[in-house]
Structure formats: C-alpha cells, structure tokens
Write a protein that binds this ligand. Structure first.
Ligand code: ARG
Length: 461
C-alpha cells in the first residue's frame, strides 16, 4: 500500500521522480495562512452542523493554530512526498492531535480547498497591490505639485508638438493608475466568492452549511454551481490581465524616464542611489530600474498568456493542469508589487532639470499652433492660419531662427493681422495658460487635476 493520504487503493508507492514532478508544495506553501484559516472555518462549520463533535473541532482549531505558529517561526518541515500545502498541514495536524485530525477533511476535497485558499490569498494580495498603486500615485502627485510651473515640450510621434506643463504629463500617469486601481477592485470582487462546499465537483452528501463558512471568512457571495466553483480561474485571469495592463503603464513611464535621462533629452536626473554604473565605462550612470521594470512587463504578460492557454480547452471540472495557475500568478504578484514600490522611490528621488526643459520649448517651433490660433482669433479661417504659420516656420528654418526672433514687420509680410501682441501670444507661458479647456494643460486645469487627485487619494487610503 502507498503511504499517501489517498493511498488506500494503491499497491505501490509513488515513483520518486513522479512525486517531484507533481508536487506543488514548493510554491503553494505561501498560502499556508489561508489554508489554515479556511480549515478552521470548515471545522467550525462541521461542528455547528453536528457533523463532527465540538471537542474534535476545538482540537482541530487549536492544532491548526499551533501549526501556523510553527510555520511562521520557520520550524515546519515541508515534505514533497505530501505533495501540497493541504496534505502537509493535514498530516502534521493528525501527527499532533491524533484521530480528530482525520475528521478535518470531511465533506471537502482538495479541489474546493485549493480554490478557497487561492481566493483568500488573492483577496489579501489585491488589497496590497492597490495600496502600492496609491503610494505611487501619491509620489506622482507630489512631483506634480513640486514642479507645478515647469514647462516642457509635449510630444506626438516623439516630435516636439506643443508646450505643456510637466505636471500635466505626470498626472496622465495618475489617471492611468486610477483605472488600474479600479480594475483590481473588479479582481477583488471576483475573488470574493466562496467556493468551499463544492467538494470534488458535485457538492457533498453531508449536511454542510456553506453560508456559515462564507460568513466566517467574510465572503460577499457564494459560487452557485459546484462545477464552476472548482473550475473557475477567471479571477486569476482577470488579475493577470489587470497586472499586465498596469505593467504596460509602468513600462511606458519607464521608457519616458529612460529617454529623459539620456544626454539627448537631459530632462531629468535619477537619484544616485537609484542607478548603477558600468564595470568598464567610468562615466556611466544607467537607469537600470526603469529598464528592468520595462523588461518585467514582458514577463507578466507572459504569465497571462500562459494561464489563458492552460485554461482554454480544459473540460470541467478540476484537472491537474489547474495547478499551473499558481506560479505565474505568484510571480506576477511579486513583480507588480516590487515594481510599484521601486517606482514610487524613483519618482520621489527624480530631479527635474527645468532649464533644460525650458530650452526645449524656447528653441523650438512647438508654439506654431499658437501662432495659427492667434490668427484664428483675428477671424482668419483655421486652414488659412495653418498655412501662414507653416510658411513662417519654413521661413525661420531657412534663416536659422525661431518664430520669437522674427520682427513684427517681418511677420506682417505673411499676414497683416499680426499686431504688437503676437510675441507675447507665442511665449511658452502664454501657450500653456491658453490651453484652458477642460482637462487641458493650463495651470488652472492642472491645479484642478491635482486637487481632485488629492481628494481621490484621501478617500483611497
Ligand atoms: N495542488 C493542487 C492544485 O494546486 C491541489 C488540488 C489537487 N487536487 C487533486 N485532485 N489532485 O491544484
């Protein structure tokens, strides 16, 4: 007979290599707290329903709490032969309290047990991810406040387009992260459904009370179909998808910071404590952290693809393939949390080189739209104004000057609508202040964005 908890119908023990291949203990042990929490709720329910005695339930709960203390203290030996966290804990329980331990798994399967553990784990982790999102948002708003008057070029096609406030640019990422936060709230909602009581797949013959367990563990809802309860991995797919989108946002910000750190842009400088040097080139100061975050986005997207592929043709109900859900999800969690935490520091330590930014809008044609808009305000049709401004830009390029360098007389040879106020109209400050449409880059609009960002942060802590 096999020595396994399920060994009754086996004549041989498991091949050692097969044991190693199918064991999940090396990664699912990180759910030990949730496994114990779920088992305690299950034992209490069994006793409340008269399925096991109150005495046995007390022994089970006390025994489980002791096991948790042992694991917390690093004094628990996990065994690969016991496959997973569920059987490691159950075996340790029986070893310590005797026969009562053998009653814990009444009316339960590892299929609904692992589902319960993972739901509990994700609920907790999603809140942690959201806390870290808020922390990064806070860093972005703080940087926006500190640099509220800094003007730099906004880009399209990576070509200087129009002058904008640097704070406006940072706040775009605040908004992206706000949607990320909301997506994780959706993940939480789908993790907040209680699967236990589904048994292996079909429910149980014993008079359990699933609502009792749901209440004990503070679940908002219960799975209404036992097959779905043990087979559903949507909440993990949604997590990986929300995590991928978040990482894509961080990757875009990473890319911009990497560009801004380059000598070509020289818009920001990262803190020395956040960069590394080169083993060969003494002058180097490399933005490794944003590079790594950009790189890690690929890995999280990979985990999403992997799980989608795992689940896509699986028949109901539980199949061992589903054990493959955890490593990718855990790695994505670690990656996302680390990236968010590190990025909050990067933003807080980032030095903004306002003179360099200033020069990039002074010595440029990014005020050409404003010149055209000036003519529009003097009642010239926009299409015609666009052409006049374009000709002026061409004229400047030929002469090697900027629009601001042209005299009023010179401008008037292109249109007699130009007046003495044109030079003020194309100053970067004027250009920025004038974009006062809702959500635009004017100081007033950006101040309003900062104010509502602060209010949002205050209500999401
Ligand atoms: N380690 C398994 C998993 O993570 C637990 C469920 C195993 N169930 C089973 N019938 N083999 O999916």
């Amino acid at each position: 007979m096999s020595e396994k908890l399920w060994g009754g119908r086996f004549e041989k023990s498991t091949d050692e290599m097969i044991n190693d291949f199918q064991a999940s203990i090396n990664f699912d042990k990180r759910m030990y707290r949730e496994d114990i929490e779920g088992s305690i709720a299950h034992a209490k329910m069994l006793a409340a329903q008269g399925i096991i005695s109150a005495e046995d339930a007390d022994k089970i709960c006390a025994g489980l709490s002791k096991i948790r203390e042992r694991i917390d203290a690093g004094e628990f030996d996990f065994s690969v032969a016991l496959e997973d966290i569920h059987m490691n804990i159950e075996q340790a329980l029986t070893d310590s309290i005797g026969a009562a331990g053998g009653r814990l798994h009444t009316a339960r399967s590892r299929n609904d047990q692992v589902a319960l553990d993972t739901h509990l784990y994700m609920r907790r982790q999603v809140r942690e991810v959201q806390r870290l999102i808020v922390q990064l948002q806070d860093a972005l708003v703080t940087a926006a406040e500190k640099n509220s008057d800094v003007i730099f070029p906004g880009y399209t096609h990576l070509q200087r387009a129009q002058p904008i406030l640097f704070a406006h640019h940072l706040l775009a990422y605040f908004s992206m992260l706000q949607r990320d936060f909301d997506r994780f709230s959706g993940v939480y909602e789908r993790a907040d459904i209680m699967p236990l009581g589904a048994g292996a797949l079909a429910g149980t013959t014993l008079p359990i009370d699933r609502r009792f367990v749901a209440k004990e563990l503070e679940f908002a809802a219960l799975y209404s179909n036992s097959l779905d309860a043990v087979s559903d991995r949507d909440y993990l797919l949604e997590f990986l998808s929300a995590a991928s989108i978040l990482m894509v946002h961080l990757s875009r910000l990473s890319e911009e910071i990497i560009l801004w750190c380059s000598r070509e842009f020289s818009f920001v400088e990262l803190d020395d404590a956040h960069c590394t040097g080169s083993s060969m080139m003494p002058q180097k100061k490399n933005p490794d952290v944003p590079e790594l975050v950009r790189g890690k986005a690929g890995r999280v997207i990979g985990h999403l693809m992997a799980l989608l592929t795992t689940v896509k043709a699986l028949p109901l109900a539980y199949n061992k393939d589903l054990q493959e859900d955890k490593e990718g999800v855990f790695d994505a969690l670690d990656t996302v949390k680390f990236s968010l935490a590190v990025f909050a520091q990067i933003i807080a330590g980032m030095k903004v080189r306002r003179e360099q930014m200033r020069r990039a809008v002074e010595e440029d044609f990014s005020n050409a739209t404003d010149l055209a808009d000036y003519l529009v305000r003097k009642n010239m049709p926009f299409r015609q104004a666009h052409a006049v401004a374009g000709k002026l830009v061409h004229h400047c390029i030929e002469r090697g000057v900027w629009l601001k360098d042209l005299t009023l007389d010179e401008m008037r040879t292109f249109s007699n609508l130009f007046d003495a106020d044109i030079h003020d109209a194309i100053r970067p400050e004027t250009c920025v202040a004038a974009r006062n449409s809702l959500g635009g880059t004017s100081p007033a609009q950006v101040a309003a964005q900062i104010q509502s960002a602060r209010a949002w942060l205050d209500s999401h802590r």
